[in-house]
Design a protein around this ligand. Structure first.
Ligand code: PHE
Length: 367
């Protein structure tokens, strides 16, 4: 058993010195190659013969009454230090800091992250349009009724609003209807925001998250993603729209894919169309995926409605800007597609919920 150090001076400073040298001794012992945790515990913490007990007894016996409290506090701290040195040594971490590092043990590997399939798909769609000279525009997810509906030619109480069941923010009743806040139901409000900021010509692609008040099932999610497009210039025609989307679908799904356009309705485009592509699973022969029609409906589009240009000009005047969207001189087309559906088709995902579950077993497949 090691000697018990003698203590004559019981001032706080002298006590600190004495305890510091005990601490140094313990640190040294723990760092020793071949450190034996069990022996260490017995030597320092043994109830009867442990060094801590012996030193405590000896020092307290000779200490003047006023130093007993100082001593007690320092003993408690030292005990905690020994306990933690001991448990660190026991868990093995003391070994790695002690020079007994085992270089044959496998290292702690950092796993590389991967792009989420939705982000990847969205970026892929965006890049197809960037290669055609489009720029990226973004807008807020919390919108006003004005940008999400009114400026896009959905008047208050118009039945077209029923097609986009909306999540509205609470406590908006005191505001005029068009200033009330809601979660955007589509990326189309960014068309308006962009035209307020920029004069034509304009070629924009707008990716983003949108929200609708819908029950979740295998093909619906109250949160989903869209990519919007807007092209405004002189002499833009419906053939430009058809050619652009036909090219984009071939770039996304392969050069053998065909497109066809059906009359449809959106308040902010006239004429409007739904676009179908030939089924990418059966090549158009008909299968379960395309409900035996050979075609899959993928996006909405149309020529920008004059009412939209008028709303933009009106708002530009209110903001002190030139009303430069002259419907006599310019025209444009817009389109919007669902990223989630495209990602599901591309990767063979049957439940949209998987895209939002955060389940590593699902996500790791895209690494
Ligand atoms: N915003 C429409 C929707 O979400 C899609 C669309 C965009 C249609 C642009 C036409 C032009 O349903």
């Amino acid at each position: 058993m090691a000697d018990i150090p003698q203590l004559i001076d019981f001032s706080a400073a002298a006590l600190d010195d004495a305890f510091a040298s005990l601490r140094a001794e313990i640190k040294h012992a723990v760092a020793e190659p071949g450190f034996d945790a069990d022996a260490f515990r017995l030597e320092w913490l043994g109830r009867k013969q442990g060094r801590l007990k012996q030193i405590g007894d000896a020092w307290l016996k000779t200490a003047p009454a006023e130093a007993k409290k100082l001593l007690g506090q320092r003993f408690n701290l030292l005990k905690e230090d020994i306990e933690s040195a001991f448990s660190a040594a026991e868990s093995g971490s003391a070994k790695s800091t002690s020079g007994t590092l085992d270089p044959t043990l496998p290292g702690a590997s950092q796993r590389l992250g991967a792009e989420h399939p939705l982000i990847r798909t969205s970026a892929e769609i965006v890049s197809v349009f960037q290669r055609l000279g489009y720029s990226v525009a973004l807008g807020p997810e919390v919108e006003t009724d004005f940008y999400n509906f009114e400026s896009l030619n959905f008047p208050p109480n118009h039945p077209a609003r029923d097609t986009q069941d909306t999540l509205v923010l609470a406590d908006q009743q005191s505001k005029p209807e068009n200033a009330r806040l809601l979660m955007r139901t589509h990326t189309s409000p960014v068309q308006i925001r962009s035209m307020l900021e920029q004069a034509p010509p304009l070629r924009l692609v707008i990716p983003g998250k949108v929200h609708r008040n819908e029950a979740a099932d295998a093909t619906h999610s109250p949160v989903f993603h869209q990519v919007e497009g807007l092209c405004v210039d002189t002499h833009i025609t419906f053939s430009d729209l058809k050619g652009t989307l036909d090219h984009a679908m071939k770039a996304l799904f392969g050069s053998s894919v065909k497109t066809r356009f059906f009359p449809s309705f959106f308040p902010f485009t006239e004429p409007s169309a739904d676009v179908q592509i030939s089924c990418i699973f059966c090549g158009g022969k008909g299968c379960r995926k395309c409900k035996h029609s050979g075609w899959i409906e993928l996006l909405g589009c149309g020529m920008v409605d004059a009412a939209v240009f008028h709303a933009v000009n009106q708002r530009r005047i209110e903001l002190g800007r030139e009303p430069v969207y002259d419907t006599e001189k310019i025209s444009g087309f817009a389109f919007g597609m669902g990223v989630d559906r495209i990602a599901m088709m591309k990767y063979g995902i049957s439940d949209i919920g998987l895209l939002y579950s955060g389940d590593m077993r699902f996500l790791e497949q895209f690494a």
